[in-house]
Write a protein that binds this ligand. Structure first.
Ligand SMILES: Cc1cc2nc3c(=O)[nH]c(=O)nc-3n(C[C@H](O)[C@H](O)[C@H](O)COP(=O)(O)OP(=O)(O)OC[C@H]3O[C@@H](n4cnc5c(N)ncnc54)[C@H](O)[C@@H]3O)c2cc1C
Length: 396
C-alpha cells in the first residue's frame, strides 16, 4: 500500500471478491426480508465489522484498513448493487471517524479511532435539525461549557445510526450569537449510550426510527439532548471552538463520493435487471429487447451508467490526490444519483407490471434511488457548488 491508501490491483481484486462472496452467500438471500420489514440486520452489521468496513478509511496505525477513496467507492458500488442500505451503516460511521482523523487532537485520535475502526463503537454525523438541513448555519443545538464538560441542548433529526449506534459527532453552536454564524459552531464527539447499561446516556433521548420510502433496515432517527454532558477534552474535536462548520463540510466531500458510488451500484443493478428481463419477456412474438423503443431506453441507460462510473472514479482519484475536490465530488454525486433514479425508473417501466411488484428487485431500487438526490447535500446544492467552484477556478 502507498501513502494515498492505494493497494495493488491483486489485493483490491481479492478484497472485492471476498465482498462479492459475502453478498452472494449472506446478503442476497435476506436483503428483501429485512428491507420489507424495515428490520435492523444485526448479523450483517456484525459481518461488516469483521470485514473491517467500519475502519475502511481509518489509517492502519489506528487499526483501520486505510483504503483509498477509489477502492472504497468500488466497495460501496458493489454492496449497493445488492442492498444500498448496508453502505449507510459504515459510511455515516466513517464520516464521524474522519472528522476525528482529520481534525482531532492526538489524544482524541488515540482514544476514539481504534474503537471506531473495529466497530466496537458505531455512530454517525449529526448535523441536520428539524429546522435546518441545507442551511446548516441555522442549527439551534447549543453546547455551553460547564467545568470539564460541555452541556448539549437541542434536537437532531434524520440522523443515520442514531438509534442503534453508540456515539455521534454532533454539530453545535458554542457561541450562538457569533457573526458570521459559522464562527460560533463546533463539533463534539458525544457518546449517546451509557457504556455500562447500554441505556440512553445522561441527558440524551433517542427518539423513534423514522419510517422511510426506501433506505430501510438502517435506523435513521431523531435524538434529543437536554443538558447532556460531553467530556470537553475528548469531545471538542481539535480542542478548539468555532471550527465545527469547516469540519462538517470538509467531511462531506468523501460522503458525496460515497453517495455517488451508491448511485452507480443502484444504476448498474437496475440496468442488469432490465437487460435480462428484456430478453425474456416477449410481446408481439419477440423478446421486448428487439423492439426499438426498448433498445433506445437500454442504450441511454447503459451510457449514463458508464458515465456515472467514470465520474465517480474521477472524483475518487481527485480525493486521493488531496486538496479541494468539492467540484469533482459534486459532479459525481449529482450525475450518478440522478442517473440512478432515471435508470431505476426506466428499468421499472421495462418490467411493465412486474416492475411494480415487490417480488422483483427493481421495486426496491426505485424506492432507494431518491434518497441519494437529497442526502449529503441536495442535488440542487451540488449544481450551485459546481458553478461556484467553476467560477473560482476560472477567474477573469
Ligand atoms: C434517509 C435520510 C438519511 C439522512 N441521514 C442524515 C445523517 O446521518 N446526518 C445528518 O446530519 N443528516 C442526514 N439526513 C438529512 C439530509 O442531509 C437533509 O435532509 C438534507 O441536507 C436536506 O435538508 P432538508 O431536508 O432540511 O431540506 P431543506 O434544506 O429544507 O431543502 C428543501 C429544498 O430546498 C432546496 N434548497 C434549500 N436551500 C437552497 C438554496 N440555498 N438554493 C437552492 N435550493 C435550496 C433543497 O435543495 C431542497 O430541494 C438524512 C436524510 C435522509 C432523508
Amino acid at each position: 500500500m502507498d501513502d494515498s491508501g492505494l493497494i495493488s490491483d491483486a489485493d483490491e481484486r481479492a478484497l472485492l471478491d471476498s465482498i462479492d462472496r459475502w453478498l452472494t452467500k449472506k446478503v442476497a438471500p435476506v436483503a428483501d426480508r429485512f428491507e420489507q420489514a424495515d428490520e435492523y440486520p444485526t448479523e450483517l452489521v456484525r459481518d461488516m465489522c469483521e470485514m473491517g468496513l467500519f475502519g475502511a478509511l481509518i489509517e492502519p496505525q489506528w487499526g483501520g484498513l486505510g483504503l483509498s477513496a477509489l477502492t472504497y467507492s468500488k466497495i460501496v458500488a458493489r454492496i449497493s448493487e445488492e442492498w444500498m442500505s448496508l453502505t449507510g451503516f459504515f459510511n455515516s460511521h466513517l464520516m464521524m471517524a474522519l472528522v476525528v482523523q482529520k481534525f482531532g487532537t492526538g489524544a482524541q485520535k488515540d482514544h476514539w479511532l481504534p474503537r471506531f475502526a473495529t466497530g466496537e463503537l458505531r455512530g454517525g454525523l449529526a448535523l441536520t435539525e428539524p429546522d435546518a438541513g441545507t442551511d446548516l448555519q441555522g442549527i439551534r443545538t447549543t453546547a455551553r461549557r460547564d467545568g470539564d464538560d460541555y452541556l448539549i441542548t437541542g434536537a437532531k433529526l434524520w440522523i443515520t445510526n442514531a438509534i442503534e449506534g453508540d456515539i455521534l459527532a454532533v454539530l453545535v453552536k458554542t457561541d450562538p450569537g457569533a457573526q458570521p454564524r459559522h464562527r460560533g459552531m463546533s463539533m463534539l464527539i458525544m457518546p449517546t449510550r451509557d457504556a455500562d447499561t447500554g441505556a440512553d446516556a445522561k441527558g440524551v433521548t433517542r427518539g423513534r426510527k423514522l419510517p422511510k420510502l426506501g433506505y430501510r433496515g438502517i435506523d435513521t432517527g431523531e435524538i434529543g439532548f437536554a443538558d447532556a454532558p460531553c467530556d470537553a477534552r475528548l469531545g471538542l474535536v481539535g480542542g478548539e471552538e468555532g471550527k465545527g462548520f469547516l469540519m462538517a463540510t470538509g467531511g462531506l466531500e468523501i460522503g458525496r463520493v460515497n453517495v455517488a458510488a451508491r448511485g452507480v451500484g443502484v444504476a448498474r443493478r437496475a440496468l442488469k435487471e432490465a437487460v435480462a428481463y428484456a430478453q425474456v419477456r416477449q410481446t408481439m412474438g419477440k423478446p421486448i429487447a428487439q423492439h426499438q423503443a426498448i433498445q433506445l431506453k437500454l442504450g441511454e441507460m447503459a451510457a449514463k451508467t458508464r458515465a456515472a462510473e467514470l465520474l465517480v472514479e474521477d472524483a475518487a482519484r481527485a480525493y486521493d490526490r488531496g486538496g479541494r475536490v468539492d467540484m469533482e465530488a459534486g459532479m459525481a454525486k449529482w450525475f450518478a444519483t440522478e442517473t440512478a433514479f432515471e435508470v431505476a425508473t426506466e428499468s421499472m417501466r421495462i418490467h411493465g407490471a412486474n416492475g411494480y411488484s415487490k417480488e422483483y428487485p427493481i421495486e426496491r431500487l426505485y424506492r432507494d434511488a431518491p434518497l441519494m438526490m437529497i442526502g449529503e447535500g441536495t442535488n440542487e446544492m451540488q449544481r450551485i457548488i459546481i458553478a461556484r467552484q467553476l467560477i473560482a477556478r476560472n477567474p477573469v
